[in-house]
Design a protein around this ligand. Structure first.
Ligand SMILES: [Zn+2]
Length: 133
């Protein structure tokens, strides 16, 4: 793998939700894993990339008032445990939503947003967040 393909891979993963599906037990992993923790050796070389729909359901959530300095402008924010339709569960921020409308069982979808900005270098990081459907 050359440098170019590494950059492509990284960009690809940053703007789409890519999971790995175990070719043995069919369980989906997000973030992707190279080895299935259930099948171990049976899964080596059988993990397949699958693009996720980005749709899911809120399993639980918390309103975070105490954010680290880099995220100070975003507080308070809502951090939720989201079960994606394909199975994987992940923790992510819910944005652009009125906190009182967020509840367990609500449908959400992923969006790509600025996660943080490094003032000095001007480096902007993007990542996935969720909005209410
Ligand atoms: Zn497996």
């Amino acid at each position: 793998m050359g440098k170019l393909s590494a950059v492509w891979r990284e960009t690809n993963h940053r703007y789409r939700l890519i999971a790995h599906e175990c070719g043995n037990c069919k369980k989906m992993y997000f973030p992707p894993r190279d080895v299935c923790p259930i099948c171990h050796r049976e899964s080596i070389g059988k993990m397949k990339e699958k693009e996720l729909s980005g749709l899911g359901t809120v399993e639980s959530f918390t309103i975070v008032h105490d954010a680290p300095p880099a995220f100070a402008r975003q507080r308070p924010y809502v951090l939720a445990l989201i079960r994606l339709d394909e199975g994987p569960v992940l923790t992510a921020q819910i944005v652009d939503s009125v906190a009182s409308e967020i509840d367990i069982g609500k449908r959400v979808r992923s969006v790509f947003r600025k996660v943080r900005e490094d003032g000095k270098g001007g480096i902007i990081q993007y990542g996935y967040k969720f909005v209410l459907e």
